[in-house]
Design a protein around this ligand. Structure first.
Ligand SMILES: Nc1ncnc2c1ncn2[C@@H]1O[C@H](COP(=O)(O)OP(=O)(O)OP(=O)(O)O)[C@@H](O)[C@H]1O
Length: 256
């Protein structure tokens, strides 16, 4: 589903945390939202999965206004992995992933064999099948993150919103999670801190700085020495990976 932010402003106080965001993200794009701490990444994502209503502007997903569409319809279309999601710890991992299927069911429907197969596949794809019977409360941060990603996948959404999806994950699982998400072919919007991972997996990078979009485009268009310097306060270079040629980010302390 394609996604349009049309002049979106949102925040918590008189000063908006994100201001006048205008973006058009094509169907199937993997968009990484990057920026320093407090630049507005989570705030922008919250407007997308209806956790924070924009003060101005519209968000249009697949032709429908996200804030003008029924809650259930949005729950079917938008899969979410929020930042440090809590709650539901009494559920086992499988039960948590089953929740991803509920928006697709009628009020009195039960999960079918097909739903259970989708749940099992999602657990498998995130490397969490062996955790299926474990209560969420007993899982490590990274294990829980993989289960919550499986829940979002089980939803089979048209848009996947991920706030720091690699939080808590070890290097192998960071790579596995992002290459899996990139391979799905659905529209993905992910807030990422690790610029190297953003450059490697995202097709589009959006840079937020003090609540404003200061750059948007391909990794090569966006991750310039000026952006590294002025937005992130570091020296940086975008270089081809010596093995597969894909873009990688090298960062150094600012030279004065
Ligand atoms: N619930 C809240 N109440 C008041 N201010 C908030 C709230 N949540 C965030 N903010 C403020 O809004 C601004 C943007 O925060 P946001 O969480 O969107 O940034 P971020 O880019 O996701 O940061 P980080 O990289 O640290 O996760 C910050 O100045 C933050 O202090």
């Amino acid at each position: 589903m394609n996604l349009v932010f049309d002049g979106v402003s949102a925040g918590y106080t008189a000063v908006p945390a994100v201001h006048d965001v205008r973006l058009t993200l094509a169907e199937g794009e993997f968009t990484a939202v990057v920026g320093p701490n407090g630049s507005g990444k989570s705030t922008l994502l919250k407007t997308l999965y209806r956790a924070l209503r924009p003060r101005a502007g519209r968000i249009v997903l697949g032709g429908a206004d996200v804030w003008g569409t029924g809650h259930r319809e949005i729950a079917r279309r938008v899969g979410v992995l929020g930042q440090d999601q809590t709650g539901g710890y009494d559920f086992t991992a499988r039960e948590a992933v089953r929740l991803g299927r509920y928006p697709h069911l009628g009020t009195f429907d039960r999960l079918t064999a097909r739903d259970e197969a989708i749940v099992a596949e999602a657990l498998d794809r995130t490397g969490a099948a062996h955790l299926a019977g474990r209560p969420l409360s007993t899982l490590s941060g990274g294990e829980r993150q993989r289960v919550l990603l499986a829940r979002a996948l089980a939803q089979r959404p048209g848009l996947l919103v991920l706030d720091e999806p690699t939080n808590h994950l070890d290097p192998a699982h960071q790579i596995a999670a992002l290459s899996l998400v990139a391979s799905l072919g659905i529209t993905v919007v992910a807030a990422l801190h690790t610029l190297d991972l953003a450059a490697r997996y995202a097709t589009t990078i959006v840079v937020l700085h003090e609540g404003l979009v200061v750059a948007a485009g391909t990794p090569h268009e966006v991750l310039t020495p000026r952006i590294f310097h002025e937005v992130f306060g570091v020296d940086g270079s975008l270089v081809p990976d010596p093995v597969d040629g894909r873009p990688r980010v090298l960062l150094r302390e600012l030279s004065r």
